[in-house]
Structure formats: C-alpha cells, structure tokens
Design a protein around this ligand. Structure first.
Ligand code: PLP
Length: 359
C-alpha cells in the first residue's frame, strides 16, 4: 500500500536524539531554544515558542490574546477539530463561516456578516498547505480591532504574496508525524510581537515568570529537547520536502483525469500538506475503495465538518448552522498521497488507479 503519509527520519534525526539523551538535559532546554530561533527565522518573525502539540499552541496563542468566556472567534468548520476545540478550551465560542469552494479556506467575504460586539479574533486555517486570502482578513481585523490567530498547523513554509504563514498574526503550527515536518509530537507559536511571545512562554509553563512564583494560571505545555532535536533536524529539510511535495502535486495535476485537482491561485505558494481532489458527487467513497484495492492509500479530510460533529450539535447547539459549501466539500473531497517519499513508480500507480476508475 502506498501510504497517505510517511515521516522521513534520517541519520540526522537519530544522531540528534542520541546526543540529547547523552547530554543529561532531556526536558525543555537548549535544543528547544535553538529550534524556536530557527523556526522563527523560517517564518520571518522575531519570536517562536515551542509547545507540546499544535493543539496546545492554539490554546496558548488564544489565551495570550486574552480570549476567554463571552468572546467569539471566527473560523472555518472545514478543518481538524482542534481548530475549534482550542477556542472552546478558553471558554470562548467558535463562530463558523463558510469556505471558498476553490481553496477550501475561510471565505473572507463571509466574515463581516458574522461579526458581533463579542468578536475578538479571526482564526484563518491554512488548510492542506494553502494560505488563506490574508489581505481582506487583515483589513477586517485592523478595521474591527481583532486579533488574528493563524492555524498554520498544516502549512509550514506556505506563502501568500511572498510572505510566510505564521507572520500575519500569531501563528500556530503542528509537528505531528504526518505534517510537512515533525518532532514526533509538538507545536510552535510564531509572532512578531514580543509581549505576545513572552505571554505564551509564561502560559506554557504554569504561569511562571520567576521560578516557583505563579502570577497567573498556566499549564505544562512544554516541548522536550528530545522532540526539539528531531524538529530541528527536520526543519533543515523543510524546503527540500516542500519542493518534493510540489513536484509530486504538479505531476498528479498534469496526469489525473475525471477529478478536480487542488488549485494554487496566483500569488500563493502551496506546500501540499495534502493533495486534495474533488470527486463528482456520490462517487467519492467508491473511488476511495477502488484506490485501496489498487494499493493506493487515501483519506477523507474531513468527512464531517465541525458544526455537524455530534458534540457540537448535541452539547453546544450548532445543529441549525448551515454552511453549504463546507458541507459539499466534506462530501466530495479525497486526499491522495503527495508526501516526499513517493517514487515515480508510486506516482504512476496513483494516476493509473484514479484514471481507470474515472475512465
Ligand atoms: C488544521 C489543524 N489544526 C490543529 C491541529 C492540531 O495539531 P496537533 O495534532 O499537533 O495537536 C492539526 C493537526 O492535525 C491540524 O491539522
């Protein structure tokens, strides 16, 4: 089976982990600091704060902006559950707006109608490795005094108008093994704002500025040096990994027939965390089964939009929310392997398997 994702672990990662284990400093230490500095540079910002996961990065970033009970945060429902759950963790309310059906990302034109006096932030999710349309989102945020918390968990190195994601507002990244780079588990917050960076560090570590003096409520959301050593080695390979993903995506888009390939609009740099096609209505699940039979791993990201998840409907009352473009995408999308470990033979197998089905 050609897997839908495959972490690339080389000699560098192994050597780096062994060095940490031998160093005696295995919790948060110098490797975390080095990883933070290198990650900030990758995004073109001054500050980065490593956390235990993308979810905790989102949670800390929201708290650092003072988001809490009574506040609303506008985001997409066509994303992994952590985007919205992190808003719930703070006591605030996720307000979902529909997506642009071409990019699968938050449609800026829908945001204004969702604003209320309680809106405190917008959380654009750069889904599948493609940046959101940030210019109108930034303009709305500036006009209404809103924070921008970017969920860039799937978009390491993605760009919009020459600028990297994670540099438009407060950025958050996941370093889960299926992501474009990994630290096994881990997350990263990026910001140009020194005070937000400092606040994130305090929240990450039990609200502690001075050892054992706790000025506010915080958590243990730290990253270990073992994880940072892996992440640092991976970060050195990000541009190569992303280039391979883009080459694989270009090959698939040239050769696949009968499905709608993902788009990279003008001015965007897609990093293809997922290569997600649309399949004509009603045929998606049959194609998925056909591909599995042909040895081609695939996955539906995401079959149930967040406003339709049981917990959101039954416990939180989102049952009335209608997001037609989101719902249609959930019924039509299928992600195919695009990761850097694919061989030419794998790409040909994927194309042949899709094209025999779509005719
Ligand atoms: C869009 C999005 N947001 C948030 C997360 C949460 O990241 P993590 O799994 O590292 O907690 C993920 C990870 O899958 C994600 O894809």
């Amino acid at each position: 089976m050609i897997p839908i994702a495959k972490p690339q672990m080389g000699a560098e990662e192994k050597q780096a982990v062994l060095e940490v284990l031998d160093s005696g400093m295995i919790a948060q230490g110098p490797r975390v600091k080095a990883f933070e500095e290198a990650f900030a540079a990758m995004c073109g910002v001054e500050h980065a704060v490593a956390t235990s996961s993308g979810t905790t990065a989102l949670h800390v970033a929201l708290l650092a902006h003072g988001i809490g009970p009574g506040d609303e945060v506008i985001t997409s429902a066509f994303t992994f559950i952590a985007s919205a759950n992190s808003i719930l963790f703070t006591g605030a309310k996720p307000v979902f707006v529909d997506i642009d059906p071409v990019t699968f990302n938050l449609d800026p034109a829908q945001i204004e109608a969702a604003l209320t006096p309680r809106t405190k932030a917008i959380m654009p999710v750069h889904l599948f490795g493609l940046a959101c349309d940030m210019e109108p989102i930034m303009a709305l945020a500036a006009e209404h005094g809103l924070a921008i918390i970017e969920d860039a968990c799937q978009a390491h190195g993605a760009e919009y108008q020459g600028r990297r994601v994670g540099s438009f507002g407060t950025g958050t990244f996941s370093l889960y093994p299926t992501k474009n780079i990994t630290s096994a588990e881990g997350g990263m917050i990026t910001t140009a704002d020194k005070s937000i960076g400092e606040k994130c560090r305090v929240i990450r570590q039990h609200g502690m500025r001075r050892r054992y003096y706790h000025d506010e409520l915080g958590f243990n959301f730290r990253m270990t040096d073992v994880h940072a050593a892996i992440g640092l080695a991976q970060l050195g390979k990000l541009e190569r990994f992303n280039a391979a993903r883009r080459d694989n995506a270009a090959y698939l888009s040239t050769h696949l027939k009968g499905v709608i390939p993902p788009r990279e609009p003008e001015g965007y740099h897609h990093v293809y965390h997922q290569y997600t096609v649309r399949v004509p209505e009603g045929q998606r699940d049959a194609l998925a089964a056909h591909l599995r039979e042909a040895g081609v791993g695939n996955m539906v990201y995401y079959p149930v939009p967040i406003h339709r998840q049981t917990f959101y409907v039954e416990e939180l009352g989102y049952g009335e929310v209608q997001l037609p473009k989101t719902e249609r995408a959930a019924a039509e999308v299928l992600s195919l392997p695009v990761h850097p470990a694919l061989s030419q033979a794998d790409l040909e197998t994927i194309v042949a398997a899709v094209n025999t089905f779509t005719g």
